[in-house]
Design a protein around this ligand. Structure first.
Ligand SMILES: *[C@@H]1O[C@H](CO)[C@@H](O)[C@H](O)[C@H]1NC(C)=O
Ligand SMILES: *[C@@H]1O[C@H](CO)[C@@H](O)[C@H](O)[C@H]1NC(C)=O
Ligand SMILES: *[C@@H]1O[C@H](CO)[C@@H](O)[C@H](O)[C@H]1NC(C)=O
Ligand SMILES: *[C@@H]1O[C@H](CO)[C@@H](O)[C@H](O)[C@H]1NC(C)=O
Ligand SMILES: *[C@@H]1O[C@H](CO)[C@@H](O)[C@H](O)[C@H]1NC(C)=O
Ligand SMILES: *[C@@H]1O[C@H](CO)[C@@H](O)[C@H](O)[C@H]1NC(C)=O
Length: 461
């Protein structure tokens, strides 16, 4: 769902091209995927040669991730936030409801004018969409839509045009489940497959580290130069068994642990203190916790006790009025990780990726995790360190640590191929590499945690 930190907005630029096919899986002539390099807004080199979003966005890094769409005939370029946590596409936020630099960003994200498109059709129906932050009242249209740079336009794609919105500084491209699961009509991801732009209903997200400033989304395929080894397959928890009953990308997280620069990992345990003397004991697994993967959320949201335990280890005793834990920026230079364990893989998120750095004077730093009893979700502060394939056909998340050894996009003929695909990167994991520790471990000790997260029903999708 859309969950950006409003005062920290950013943008990425997507430029798509067709994928070569995955040599071992497909005949060479099949185009089966759309590969979009993800260029972070801080990458001046890329932004200076593109229209629309310019250097005004340079301070707004790593908060939200955007796709550029061309809507209508002739095409009108519009930036939308890429959101694995919601299901529908809509455009035209009311920029007067956001303030400061968010308003400037909002203005630059572009507006779609149906009256200027010969292929626009108004469906005459409306809906209110509510997000973790923000809402929009929309009217449904269909029109021609393409991803910028992609040769194939999708015809008659249904989406919303906002008549009013609150706290939204761009439209949103929901890439969660679509027809018959979460929507009453084929959503954008459904249409990619239905109109043969992709052969499988699956896509890969590799947002890229802050330093790389470049990531990739591949609709219908993978990029084997963004990970090492095999992918772990995690079944998506069916909506009926999930905490909020909503068909999101819920998976089971087995444990959360801290590896400070001294390399001694301590696990945050359920229900009690985890003193460092016995903290490598991970034998009890009541730590299992459903979490959903949400690119539309800047922050990772975890139960308050667990969040407080992590925050204590980062030296923060209490959140500020906005719920953010302010921490020492010096921690970003340390070679430590927060380790998210799943069946078959552990994603080690370097401190630098976990910590939100705000370019104020002096710079301010915040833990990339906030407390929430309402949602447990892994947002961009987690996803930057992960290589994730969202498989909407067999209802699985394929996951491993992100790396970066070039670009090798490849179309998938079937999602079954994901079990045999091997990442090309060497064992060394680029995104986790850090400067050597420049000081002592500091506050990084494992603390106590409980996992008494609420299982509230949500119906605001
Ligand atoms: C970016 O940040 C610098 C200081 O960090 C500030 O001087 C500048 O005005 C900011 N630019 C924008 C567009 O916010
Ligand atoms: C959306 O519509 C509802 C009911 O029609 C209304 O109460 C609400 O204020 C509208 N939202 C905005 C942002 O205008
Ligand atoms: C997509 O491909 C299938 C199978 O080849 C075909 O039946 C269908 O008509 C195609 N759809 C479009 C929109 O081209
Ligand atoms: C960072 O720590 C990991 C293990 O904790 C170690 O393998 C790695 O060599 C360290 N890197 C640096 C640059 O110190
Ligand atoms: C953990 O350490 C604290 C203080 O060092 C001590 O009081 C407590 O008994 C210890 N708990 C366990 C479970 O070892
Ligand atoms: C871990 O803790 C459990 C229960 O506290 C204990 O039974 C088990 O022996 C411990 N395992 C190790 C490796 O210390």
């Amino acid at each position: 769902m859309a969950f950006p930190s409003l005062f920290l907005a950013s943008a990425l630029l997507f430029t798509s091209f067709w994928c070569p096919t995955f040599a071992l899986q497909l005949p060479a002539h099949i185009d089966g995927c759309i590969h979009l390099p993800v260029i972070h807004s801080t990458n001046v080199e890329h932004f200076s040669i593109k229209r629309g979003i310019q250097l005004q966005l340079a301070n707004r890094s790593d908060v939200a991730y955007y796709a550029q769409l061309s809507i209508g005939s002739p095409p009108q370029p519009v930036f939308v936030q890429l959101d694995t946590g919601s299901f529908e596409l809509w455009v035209n936020p009311d920029c007067t409801t956001v303030t400061g630099s968010d308003a400037a960003f909002c203005d630059r994200a572009g507006q779609y004018d149906a009256t200027q498109s010969s292929s626009a059709v108004s469906l005459g129906s409306t809906r209110t969409l509510r997000y973790g932050i923000g809402s929009a009242n929309i009217s449904y249209f269909t029109d021609t839509i393409s991803l910028v740079g992609s040769p194939n336009a999708l015809q008659q794609v249904q989406f919303g045009v906002a008549t009013a919105s609150e706290d939204a500084f761009s439209g949103i491209l929901g890439i969660g489940y679509g027809q018959d699961i979460a929507t009453r009509y084929p959503n954008f991801v459904d249409q990619l497959q239905a109109q043969n732009a992709t052969r499988v209903k699956a896509y890969t997200l590799a947002l890229g580290s802050k330093d790389a400033r470049e990531g990739v989304i591949v609709f219908g395929g993978v990029d084997t130069a963004k990970f090492a080894g095999r992918l772990a397959r995690l079944p998506i928890i069916p909506a009926a068994q999930s905490p909020d009953g909503v068909p999101r990308f819920w998976v089971t997280m087995q444990s959360l642990a801290l590896t400070p620069p001294n390399g001694v990992t301590t696990v945050y345990s359920a229900g009690g203190s985890s003193n460092s003397s016995n903290s490598n004991n991970n034998s009890d697994t009541p730590n299992d916790m459903p979490v959903f993967l949400d690119s539309g959320s800047t922050m990772t949201l975890l139960p308050s006790d667990l969040t407080a335990a992590v925050a204590r280890d980062f030296g923060a005793s209490a959140p500020d009025a906005n719920g953010f834990y302010r921490i020492d920026c010096g921690l970003t230079a340390l070679n430590g990780t927060l380790d998210f364990a799943f069946a078959g893989t552990t994603i080690k998120v370097p401190y630098k990726e976990l910590i939100r750095e705000v370019a104020s004077d002096p710079p301010a730093c915040f833990l990339g995790i906030m407390a929430s009893e309402r949602f447990t979700l892994l947002g961009d502060t987690f996803l930057r360190s992960a290589y994730t394939v969202f498989d909407l056909e067999t209802n699985a998340i394929w996951l491993t640590q992100a790396a970066n050894c070039g670009a090798a996009p490849a179309a998938l003929n079937t999602v079954q191929a994901l079990s045999t695909i091997t990442g090309q990167c060497g064992g060394a994991d680029d995104t986790a590499s850090q400067e050597p520790p420049s000081s002592t471990v500091g506050n990084a000790n494992a603390g106590a945690a409980t996992t008494a997260f609420n299982q509230l029903l949500m119906n605001d999708f």
